[in-house]
Design a protein. Structure first.
Length: 168
């Protein structure tokens, strides 16, 4: 079998191509376990990335929900603070008004009646603080005026008193 130069070149070129393909296939076979390992690692990393993205989305949703709750609670707190300030002013005004009114009352039995009334009508939630506030508001220190009133009654009485009439 004799080959001319063209056929020889053609066969040589084919053999070189086959050798090149064999070399590529041989290299692939050698690095195949490494490629499989890298593909598995890439798949694992993609799965972790998807899981991380899902956790991140859930965390963002939870954050938005918590922001909404914070806004609501913040508004409720502000409302409660305003209401508490208003109620405190009402209580202070009421205590001041009661104190002023009690200074005008001179009869001990009326003062004791008002004190009893306030003690009975105080809210149970106020407890001891409320009782102390009432006691501080009620001024029973007018003992000097009561003694003066009693002295006047005794000193001006010049006879026997019977049913509102003076007998001399």
């Amino acid at each position: 079998m004799e080959l001319n130069q063209g056929e020889f070149d053609s066969v040589t070129q084919r053999l070189e191509q086959y050798a090149s393909q064999v070399s590529i296939l041989q290299t692939r076979l050698e690095i195949q376990p490494e490629l499989v390992r890298k593909d598995e690692e890439l798949a694992r990393l993609r799965t972790e990335l998807k899981d991380s993205e899902m956790r991140c989305m859930r965390a963002e949703e939870e954050l938005e929900e918590l922001k909404g709750k914070y806004e609501l609670l913040s508004h409720q707190n502000d409302s409660a603070l305003v209401e508490n300030a208003w109620l405190k002013n009402c209580i202070l005004l009421s205590l001041t008004s009661i104190r002023t009114f009690m200074r005008m009352v001179k009869r001990v039995e009326l003062k004791s009646l008002f004190i009893t009334f306030l003690h009975k009508t105080i809210l149970p939630d106020m407890g001891v603080r409320g009782i102390h506030a009432i006691d501080d508001t009620m001024d029973l220190t007018d003992i000097n005026e009561i003694e003066k009133l009693a002295d006047q009654i005794i000193l001006e009485n010049h006879g026997n008193v019977t049913h509102g009439k003076v007998i001399e």
